[in-house]
Design a protein around this ligand. Structure first.
Ligand SMILES: NC(=O)c1ccc[n+]([C@@H]2O[C@H](COP(=O)([O-])OP(=O)(O)OC[C@H]3O[C@@H](n4cnc5c(N)ncnc54)[C@H](O)[C@@H]3O)[C@@H](O)[C@H]2O)c1
Ligand SMILES: O=C(O)C1=N[C@H](C(=O)O)CCC1
Length: 269
């Protein structure tokens, strides 16, 4: 048991934090060695199992990330961009694999990970599920096969608590479509139509975000031409798919050289 990689989960009380804690505790390949919440949160100082409404797990929620990371081989982090940038510095200091599921990071945020990845493995993906990562491969192939007679639109739906749009997954799918087309997503992305927008520009990749209720995550990649449409779809019905992927990434990263990786590397897709 002591030989198993020790994992720290950040954002312990969050939707993903709690799912990740359950996934690590239930796993026979890893052990939970720490859980982190933001300073001032009422879970800090409590046993995390009890805070989650179950039996004690013998792990106390802390607001001191470096102390927790120093005891770990990997940190799984689904929190918020500003927290993730701080955690990346601390995980690098502790030489722990940093698995980042946080979305909504800007290009400037992402650039701040570069110095950290010189010292530690970072695996980052806007979606850690096998299904979505396979969908990115299919999206790239379909976009490569079709010309601009096919308009590409990415439609995503998530629960009403989600704070970022388009979703990280939608952006991954957009990147894949742009790669298939041989263009840069930044040059063709159309993110947010309102009012007299003018006709659709040929070659654009459009994004639409729906927010409502408890939708876990739904993504369509639509290829629409005159007389026919192709729709590639992924429906997530349970957050465990993201947590399982994140744990897989944490274990995969154990023997890798410092650097930045994604789930395509982990899954060998
Ligand atoms: N990559 C994926 O597969 C995937 C899947 C699901 C969600 N996500 C992303 O994960 C993130 C979290 O999603 P969620 O639904 O769990 O959100 P949530 O709001 O339920 O949880 C976020 C948690 O992070 C904590 N937090 C914020 N700042 C912190 C700090 N400085 N220190 C410690 N904890 C801090 C909050 O207190 C909260 O508990 C979002 O960016 C979401 O888009 C990614
Ligand atoms: O619930 C969320 O928030 C999700 N975020 C990721 C995204 O932005 O794509 C993955 C799906 C769930």
């Amino acid at each position: 048991m002591e030989d198993l990689p020790g994992i720290v989960i950040t954002g312990a009380s969050g939707r993903m934090g709690q799912m990740l804690i359950k996934t690590v505790v239930d796993s026979d390949k890893a052990r939970l060695v720490g859980v982190v919440e933001r300073a001032g949160h009422d879970w800090v100082g409590r046993d995390v199992g009890e805070a989650m409404g179950g039996a004690a797990l013998g792990v106390t929620v802390t607001d001191q990330p470096l102390d927790a990371f120093a005891k770990a081989q990997a940190v799984i982090d689904f929190t918020a961009p500003a927290a993730t940038i701080e955690f990346a510095k601390l995980a690098a200091q502790a030489r722990a694999v940093h698995v980042i599921g946080t979305t909504g990071m800007t290009n400037e945020d992402i650039a701040k990970l570069d110095p950290c990845a010189r010292h530690a493995v970072i695996v980052r993906a806007g979606n850690m599920s096998l299904g979505v990562n396979l969908l990115t491969v299919l999206t790239r192939k379909v976009a490569e096969a079709l010309d601009e007679d096919f308009d590409i639109e990415i439609i995503e739906a998530h629960h009403h608590h989600k704070v970022d749009a388009p979703s990280g997954t939608a952006l991954m799918l957009g990147e894949a479509a742009a790669e298939g087309r041989g263009v840069k997503l930044a040059d063709v992305a159309d993110r947010g139509r309102d009012g007299i927008t003018g006709a659709r520009k040929r070659g654009d990749i459009g994004f639409t975000a729906i927010r409502g209720g408890d939708i876990v995550g739904e993504h369509d990649v639509l290829f629409a031409a005159a007389g026919e449409r192709i729709v590639l779809r992924h429906l997530a019905t349970d957050r465990s798919i993201f947590a399982r992927g994140a744990l897989k990434a944490a274990l995969w990263g154990q023997d890798k050289k410092p650097g930045q990786y994604d789930m395509l590397d982990v899954l060998g897709l």
